[in-house]
Design a protein around this ligand. Structure first.
Ligand SMILES: Cc1cc2nc3c(=O)[nH]c(=O)nc-3n(C[C@H](O)[C@H](O)[C@H](O)COP(=O)(O)OP(=O)(O)OC[C@H]3O[C@@H](n4cnc5c(N)ncnc54)[C@H](O)[C@@H]3O)c2cc1C
Length: 344
């Protein structure tokens, strides 16, 4: 028998975010396979009560909370004592938590304090006949491993998008407040600096991934490069569709070589073997050759289309569902005009 702890933090508005609700679905799915193992919910935030009420119907045997202004924001020194106290109060030996940046930062420390082990980047968890298994990818999604451990407590950080968000009824939960003794805080959170929504180009929840390749900065049929126009076209498309922006390595590397580049692009946008592996229902690659080190990052893009002048580009070798052999400048200009006409 195990004691399962679903461990989450609230968002700034006090609610539980999508990643937390997904981790809750995953944690609940373990209960049947780990017969007799209770599920406990542990919540950290400004007001754990509101979050507990949000998931009151989830079937947790206990709701443990650490609340207060000091726990509204992500901060290692406060989060580690809060999570350690909850894990101890729950006597948890399996902890399922969302892989948010806040928990990614702190839970390895808690595992260390409690003499446990942690697995990050889990893409799935399941239990059968009393045995828990997690799956995670290695070597850029080329190999999938199934991991089991005997060491407890076992902390599991579940990636977002791997389970449906829990959508059970809200209600009124009884929260046991877990006391936490804080020492004098040396870190104060005085605010959040984030780019305006329109400049934030990485949007994990977007329906579409729009990938820009180095072709946008290369000489075109008139013998000249048109990076300024490329930037304008791409910005307008992103503004109108709220698509997430991906890039090839070649394009983001160009900035280091002093070429004209798309100024809003950084290495964080890079998709591929040495970049990211985003999850979106659809992807559109433009001015991108589609070489394997790039397309390996498209593993979780379901429907793939590409626009390339070259009919023999790598997308044509079975990597795209649809390849438009066309000038991406002309196509995207037209797409923007159609979107403008539709949106007014
Ligand atoms: C170890 C290693 C790791 C790597 N990791 C990554 C990675 O994580 N991500 C990644 O992206 N790459 C990675 N690469 C590099 C990768 O192999 C390719 O070099 C890179 O993806 C090519 O980028 P690109 O397609 O933008 O540029 P290019 O190969 O220069 O292709 C540009 C394309 O634009 C097209 N084009 C030009 N003008 C137009 C137009 N007007 N309309 C339509 N099409 C046009 C051209 O036909 C061409 O196909 C890695 C390489 C190595 C060796």
């Amino acid at each position: 028998m195990e004691t399962l702890l679903f461990l989450a933090h609230t968002e700034i508005d006090g609610s539980l975010g999508k990643a937390a609700l997904e981790a809750l679905t995953a944690a609940r799915s373990l209960v049947t396979g780990l017969a007799g193992s209770p599920l406990i919910a542990g919540l950290v935030g400004g007001d754990a009560q509101a979050a507990a009420d949000q998931i009151a119907g989830c079937g947790a045997a206990r709701f443990l909370g650490v609340s207060g202004a000091d726990f509204t924001q992500s901060r290692y020194s406060t989060d580690i004592v809060a999570t350690e106290a909850i894990c101890k109060a729950a006597a948890a030996n399996i902890v399922v938590a969302p892989a948010t940046s806040r928990w990614n930062r702190v839970l390895a420390g808690v595992a260390q304090r409690l003499g446990g082990r942690i697995d990050a980047h889990a893409a799935g968890i399941s239990a059968a006949d009393g045995t828990l298994s997690l799956t995670r990818w290695y070597y850029r999604q080329r190999m999938e491993a199934v991991v089991q451990r005997t060491r407890r407590p076992w902390f599991i950080l579940l990636e977002s998008g791997c389970a449906g968000p829990y959508a059970g009824p809200a209600g009124s939960a009884t929260v046991e407040t877990i006391p936490v003794a804080l020492t004098a805080l040396r870190t104060q959170v005085i605010g959040v600096r984030a780019p305006p929504a329109d400049e934030q180009t990485i949007r994990p929840d977007a329906r579409l991934l729009f990938v820009a390749g180095a072709g946008w900065t290369k000489s075109q049929s008139d013998g000249k490069a048109h990076a300024d126009e490329a930037e304008k076209i791409i910005r307008e498309f992103l503004h109108r569709t709220k698509a997430s922006l991906g890039s090839t390595k070649s394009l983001v590397d160009l900035s280091g070589e002093g070429h004209a580049v798309l100024k809003f692009m950084t290495h964080l946008n890079q998709v591929g073997q040495t970049g990211s592996t985003p999850r979106h229902p659809q992807g559109l690659a433009t001015c991108c050759h589609g070489e394997e080190p790039h397309t390996v990052g498209w593993r979780f893009i379901n429907e793939r289309r590409a626009i390339n002048l070259n009919p023999n580009c790598s997308w044509a070798q079975g990597k795209a569902d649809v390849l438009y052999v066309a000038d991406a400048f002309a196509v995207m200009r037209k797409v923007n005009a159609l979107l403008a006409a539709k949106q007014g």
